[in-house]
Ligand binder design. Structure first.
Ligand code: DGL
Length: 280
């Protein structure tokens, strides 16, 4: 991938359907503290995970266009659903380099597995797209992939029910089939699922390696910026800006759980301003 030279001081743009992508932002902040970031959470139109590919693509193009107009050096699609459905069309539509989260998680799963049996959990739209299966098998065509949508995990996490009886029951029900499939690696293919690691680990057992796409992605970003010599060198002028399409108060309250850091400098924008940002 070609990144423009001399853009070190420009921000990285990240979008997600809502608060979930803050797990990716958190990993970016931890690994790349000097980088400026602009995060767009499309909280008015969340969830993406139950929407059709056409709708997810439309929203993703609009979000990308908004961030690109802010002068970013790199676009990160933090949402697994948006990455699964629309990374290719985003790459074809815009010049700014764009990365999704699917390939990093898939690559990490292939290097982690010992028995070649890999599970993937995600939203309905992500799982239906088969994007993780294709990515995993592009790295290792002998890998056997078992997929399972877990739609109730997203509202449970947003409710803050991370490790209570209801969540344990739901996890046990969703993951029973995967446990029987004798997988040794499980990709947490949704922004929200890393927050349920304890519950998922309790069901799957310690023998199953959990892959967190957010962490894998930030490692790739650091490598990419460093290879292109556009890592921001110091913290002078570093900023962290947030845009949301619905209630900043709710974003701040729920988002803290994901970012584990205070969220300041939030601006609310109208969905209609995104819709006019790109003609699709
Ligand atoms: N961000 C979404 C994902 O990672 C989960 C929430 C949603 O459905 O929009 O797939």
């Amino acid at each position: 991938m070609k990144l423009e030279k001399n853009t070190a001081d420009k921000p990285i743009g990240i979008f997600d359907s809502g608060v979930g992508g803050l797990t990716v932002l958190k990993a970016i902040h931890a690994l790349l503290p000097n980088e400026s970031t602009i995060y767009l959470g499309d909280t008015a139109r969340v969830p993406y995970g139950i929407r059709s590919p056409e709708t997810v693509t439309k929203y993703s193009l609009e979000n990308s266009s908004f961030l690109i107009e802010k002068g970013i050096k790199l676009l990160i699609i933090a949402c697994n659903t948006a990455s699964a459905i629309s990374l290719e069309v985003i790459k074809q539509t815009f010049d700014v380099p764009a990365l999704g989260v699917i390939d990093s998680g898939a690559r990490a799963a292939v290097s982690a597995t010992r028995n070649g049996r890999i599970g993937v959990i995600g939203t309905e739209t992500t799982i239906k797209s088969g994007a993780y299966r294709r990515a995993i098998q592009s790295f290792d065509d002998s890998a056997v992939v078992f997929e399972r949508p877990c739609p109730l995990f997203v509202p449970l996490v947003e409710e803050g029910w991370l490790d209570i009886d209801v969540t344990q029951l739901v996890a046990a029900r969703y993951l029973a089939g995967l446990k029987q499939s004798m997988i040794d690696t499980l990709v947490l293919g949704c922004t929200h699922y890393p927050l349920l690691k304890n519950v998922i680990r309790a069901v799957m057992g310690d023998g199953v390696t959990l892959i967190d796409s957010a962490i894998e992605k930030s490692l790739n970003i650091r490598q990419l910026l460093s290879d292109s010599d556009i890592l921001k060198k110091d913290s002078i002028g570093t900023f962290r800006k947030y845009y949301v399409t619905d209630s900043p108060e709710r974003f701040q309250k729920i988002g803290k759980r994901f970012l584990e850091d205070p969220i300041e400098d939030i601006t609310k924008i109208e969905v209609t301003s995104l819709e006019t940002a790109v003609a699709v």
